[in-house]
Design a protein around this ligand. Structure first.
Ligand SMILES: C[S@@+](CC[C@H](N)C(=O)[O-])C[C@H]1O[C@@H](n2cnc3c(N)ncnc32)[C@H](O)[C@@H]1O
Length: 268
């Protein structure tokens, strides 16, 4: 299903969403790059970091969402950057990429292990593929969403929870799974996980967070029923993530990182 993204809402947690990208890119050891690909580039927020890190590279951002790319157009005027609207499952770069970044996108792609294999096969010698996916699908933010959706109170298409990538119980692999995929592809692998403790403020901040991401496929199909669904979901979230006396809500957010490097002459 096509998800309609709301870049402004997604960017309302820009700092928290950018942090894993910074941590991911810091572990890429490919030094000299001419072509850097940003798969699922969203609103183009990674471009500045990628341009700075690889000053001789062209950065190509690929995304299927016209809404996200309209926002990315604001940075498209920077030299060495361009954006293309395409499905990353079939998109082909115009040469062997030195660095492929897939930050917070592969959880949306049902056969993402195949995507990893395809881009690993395209890497230039010494090139790196760096991915980050959320590892929080068993957290209350997601289990409560599935529970409310499963309650039968809202008319949801049969199979939505099974088929929609981020609503499934296990859309991503565990860290050991990515290690095995990357080494099986002949790459040197560096895999780890981190749980960030995001300190959020305001009313129902976890609901606001998921409205920008995982809740989107549900909101899309709920239409006029979205408000009553959100009210039930928000009540469950308030119980799972109670604010403290100062109004701060802590959202623990586990993320999984994997960097695979093809041995070659530009090793760092
Ligand atoms: C959570 S956002 C991440 C955006 C950006 N990478 C970041 O770190 O902020 C996920 C992005 O992946 C894009 N996306 C999901 N599936 C895709 C696909 N099959 N092909 C291209 N882009 C896709 C969405 O349109 C969305 O912009």
């Amino acid at each position: 299903m096509r998800v309609t993204w709301d870049p402004a809402r997604y960017l309302s947690f820009a700092d928290e969403r950018q942090r894993p990208l910074v941590d991911l890119v810091a572990r890429v050891r490919t030094r000299d790059a001419r072509l850097v690909v940003d798969l699922g580039c969203g609103p183009g927020t990674a471009a500045a970091l990628l341009l700075e890190r690889w000053p001789a590279a062209r950065v190509v951002g690929v995304d299927s969402s016209p809404e996200m790319l309209a926002r990315a157009a604001r940075v498209a005027s920077a030299p060495r950057v361009c954006f293309e609207q395409a499905d990353l499952r079939t998109w082909e770069p115009d040469g062997p990429p030195d660095v492929v970044v897939a930050n917070a996108v592969l959880q949306w792609v049902p056969d993402h292990v195949e995507v990893i294999g395809r881009f690993a096969g395209l890497l230039a010698p010494g090139g790196s593929l760096a991915l980050q996916v959320p590892g929080n699908f068993g957290a209350p933010s997601h289990t409560a969403m599935r529970r409310v959706a499963d309650s039968g109170r809202w008319p949801l298409p049969a199979g939505l929870l099974r088929e929609s990538p981020v609503l499934r119980e296990r859309p991503v692999l565990e860290p050991a799974g990515y290690l095995s995929v990357l080494t099986g592809l002949g790459l040197d692998a560096d895999v780890w996980e981190t749980t960030y403790l995001h300190v959020l403020t305001g009313t129902d901040p976890v609901l606001e967070w998921t409205r920008g991401t995982a809740l989107r496929p549900l909101l899309e199909v709920l239409g006029d029923d979205a408000a009553s669904f959100e009210a039930a979901y928000a009540a469950a979230l308030r119980e799972a993530y109670p604010p403290d006396a100062a109004g701060r809500t802590v959202l623990p957010f586990r993320r999984i990182f994997a960097v695979g490097r093809r041995p070659g002459p530009v090793d760092g």
